[in-house]
Ligand binder design. Structure first.
Ligand code: FMN
Length: 382
């Protein structure tokens, strides 16, 4: 295929795969698309190890790194608050409510030898405020010290110093947009590739559907290439996104049930069984609206009689340990932790019914894309 995106990155197929899992990133890149490693919850050491591993795997083929430096969060005007300051902003009623959920669902405490772990609420080894520009600075340095072809930012335009650094190093910078105004702001900030992500998407997402959003953004950003995202997991959807003016696609959810994905096995089984009605935009994990699988966890936070989720990054700081406790105990069948367990995923989950190798997902998508384009051509020719 030849589109502005395949030309820009020198790839065969304009399919970009967002994943926190290095094996998925490498497999999609090797299959002719391009993997982008989600690094927001990586410690600097973990990112260094993963990028060195990816480079070894993919040879000369390109890959990307995605960071999250939100434009707005509690304390953003002061450059972010440290963990202690954030903990002081958490009302005791919220701490009690989280304890109450864990008690009612009988979720055991973490063992003494629990070594922390990845998460958005701190615990990644950095003292900087979680989700702040400072917390992502070491990861940006590491991404640029490797051969990353694309650096992507979510939740706002990338800060100017990030744009400048990426450009100085001769790499490209991308940003997610859920509205045409966001995309225009990104282009004005110097962004090279826009990811037009509709509401169907897993993770942080806005309210405008992909079908409406892509052409609005394509029309708003002129010659800047646009990737369509949100609800794209098969070739017919890829053809639709490209018919709407996208130069390629960016998928996140569809990799979560692949054979290589490091998704929690209990959650993976829930994804494989879920329908497209089984997701919800909820603030219960990060403090900002993020689409995820419905579970007892999201129900608890939707209940109007219980506390509302806090903002970002207080909510992740509040629930970080609770999520680790739930994930550790969810393996026990029939347990309360199993009922609570969930993760970010988009409406395409209804289509994710079979675990396949990531490369197979790419090849199946391309096959169906070709059939869809052929079928349209046949209809056009009458
Ligand atoms: C589990 C999960 C985690 C995500 N985390 C991030 C993230 O850290 N940074 C980001 O830019 N996008 C993130 N996203 C959004 C994806 O980059 C992508 O835009 C989205 O998944 C596309 O829609 P889809 O889920 O329908 O494929 C995440 C999505 C999922 C499913």
């Amino acid at each position: 295929m030849k589109t502005p995106i395949t030309e820009l990155f020198g790839i065969d197929i304009p399919i970009l795969a967002f994943s926190h899992c290095r094996v998925v990133v490498a497999e999609v890149t090797k299959a002719g698309g391009m993997g982008v490693l989600g690094a927001v919850a990586h410690s600097a050491d973990a990112l260094e190890i993963d990028l060195a591993w990816i480079e070894e795997e993919v040879g000369d083929r390109p890959f990307g790194v995605d960071l999250i430096v939100p434009a707005k969060y509690a304390g953003s005007d002061e450059g972010g608050l440290n963990l202690d300051q954030l903990r002081q902003l958490i009302p005791p009623t919220h701490v009690e409510y989280v304890d109450d959920i864990l008690r009612r669902y009988d979720v055991p405490p973490l063992p003494d030898d629990d070594g922390g772990g990845r998460g958005l609420g701190g615990g990644s080894g950095s003292d900087a405020a979680p989700m702040s520009a400072d917390s992502q600075a070491p990861n940006l340095d590491i991404a640029l010290a490797h051969r990353s072809a694309l650096i992507v930012n979510a939740l706002g335009p990338p800060p100017q110093h990030m744009v400048d650094r990426v450009k100085e190093e001769g790499r490209l910078i991308g940003a997610l947009a859920g509205k045409a105004q966001h995309a225009e702001r990104h282009v004005n900030a110097g962004v090279d590739v826009i990811i037009a992500q509709g509401s169907e998407a897993g993770g942080h997402t806005g309210e405008i559907g992909t079908m409406v959003l892509i052409p609005e953004i394509v029309d708003a950003v002129g010659s800047t290439p646009v990737l369509g995202a949100g609800g794209i997991g098969r070739g017919r959807q890829m053809a639709a996104a490209m018919a709407l003016g996208a130069s390629g696609i960016w998928c996140g959810s569809v990799w979560l049930t692949t054979e290589e994905a490091e998704t929690h096995p209990v959650v993976k089984d829930k994804f494989l069984a879920a329908t497209s009605s089984d997701t919800i935009r909820s603030r219960s994990r990060t403090g900002k609206h993020a689409r995820q699988l419905k579970s007892a966890w999201t129900e608890e936070w939707e209940n109007p009689e219980t506390p509302m989720p806090l903002g970002m990054p207080m909510q992740p700081v509040l629930i970080n340990d609770a999520i680790r406790r739930i994930d550790r105990a969810a393996h026990n069948e029939g347990s309360g932790a199993e009922q609570l367990a969930n993760y970010f995923v988009g409406q395409i989950v209804g289509n994710m019914n079979k675990s396949k190798p990531s490369a197979q997902v790419v090849f199946d998508m391309v096959d169906e894309f070709i059939d869809a384009v052929h079928s349209l051509n046949v209809q056009l020719e009458g």
